[in-house]
Design a protein around this ligand. Sequence first.
Ligand SMILES: Cc1cc2nc3c(=O)[nH]c(=O)nc-3n(C[C@H](O)[C@H](O)[C@H](O)COP(=O)(O)OP(=O)(O)OC[C@H]3O[C@@H](n4cnc5c(N)ncnc54)[C@H](O)[C@@H]3O)c2cc1C
Length: 394
Amino acid sequence: MKINWDVIVVGGGPAGLFAAWEIAKAGKSVLLCERKREMGVPVRCAEACGEEDINKYLPVEKRWVAARTDSFIIVLPNGKEIKLSNEKYSGFILNRDLFEYDMAAKASELGTKIMMKANVIDLIHNDDGSAKGVKVDENGTINEYYASVVIAADGVESRIARKMGIDTTLKAKDIEPCVQVTASNVNLKENALYIYIGTNYAPGGYAWAFPKANNCANIGLGINGKYASTEKYSKEYLDEFLATYYPHVSVQKYITGGVPVSLTLKTLCKENMLIAGDAGRMVNPLNGGGICHAIDSGVLAGKAAIEACDDPLKIEKIFKKYEKEIYKIIGKRHESQYKIKDVVYQMNDEDYNNIGDEILKISEDKRSFFRIFSQVVKHKPEFLIDVVKAFTGI
Ligand SMILES: Cc1cc2nc3c(=O)[nH]c(=O)nc-3n(C[C@H](O)[C@H](O)[C@H](O)COP(=O)(O)OP(=O)(O)OC[C@H]3O[C@@H](n4cnc5c(N)ncnc54)[C@H](O)[C@@H]3O)c2cc1C
């Protein structure tokens, strides 16, 4: 096995796979280390995605699409449903296991060496503090691999950035422990993303049911870490939720996972290391969606790594440009979403129900997230004050 690479990518989720694919396309040598035993499995995700999020890089393949969705249905605590349908709300549910499997195959066809069951346990440092390479535990044998650039795409539990001295700690309120089942015999009425709000099911978060093929769906919930306690685990919330809304389903699969709902890290590079995806906290803190930003940041990290390999003396400037680009397309927007999240999740069930009743008075074709926001403000003017406070910090 070759030990000197242009780039080593740690993690084979969407961020790492798109980074490796981009780098291999440019003819650079790239090693991707993934600690799992099977690419794409287990899927710790509800798999909702916008078609354009992938299409802008490569055509979405038929087998990646588990179901198409054309609307959102927000279910209030009192059970009433608000439907939002408009082409802006169309998207699809991925077969993420197949998507990642195929992306790994595409990256490897272009020259990426992919190693499974390759747990990166440490960075090897040069005297100046930069990364010389990585130490990898391969079935109990520790091997070393070296590279000019290391990309940390190791997800929410990221350790690699910390090994470089970057603080990636998450406060309890900035992480959502999630639990999800993939169930059959679900019988959703429509091809919609069902979102359930209410403090009963998911305090500080929400529950979801997203359709998949063959009458199956991903049904899950995330509660804000601040409400997580050993008195009631997320699984108990989910069991109650299923008993209320989906008593007839059969569970095919359980998964758990954490979603970072924090601000994006300000520091996304140090020396010759870049951070992409969840490792850099790039999830939308309001809705918990992170696939598209993992892909975008993976591609941008890949491009920055290529540039740095071609012009190593300018590495600092090139990597700072990456940091700025991510702030512009992801981090800046997340600052406002983060503030709105803080306010929205303080509302109680009565607020949600009352606001919902007002929204239901608007005809379906005129409903939009903006009009929902207007109704929230009309019903609860102090909400606007909270939002203004949140934005201005007063
Ligand atoms: C329950 C749940 C539901 C979600 N639903 C949605 C949704 O519907 N839509 C959406 O857009 N987003 C959703 N998300 C968020 C989305 O899954 C993430 O934002 C996305 O996976 C981030 O991609 P990534 O490549 O950064 O990280 P990951 O997908 O987490 O990939 C990181 C990879 O790194 C590997 N790794 C970690 N450490 C090491 C190591 N030391 N050595 C080698 N390999 C390592 C891991 O095994 C993993 O494969 C959901 C998340 C959860 C938990």
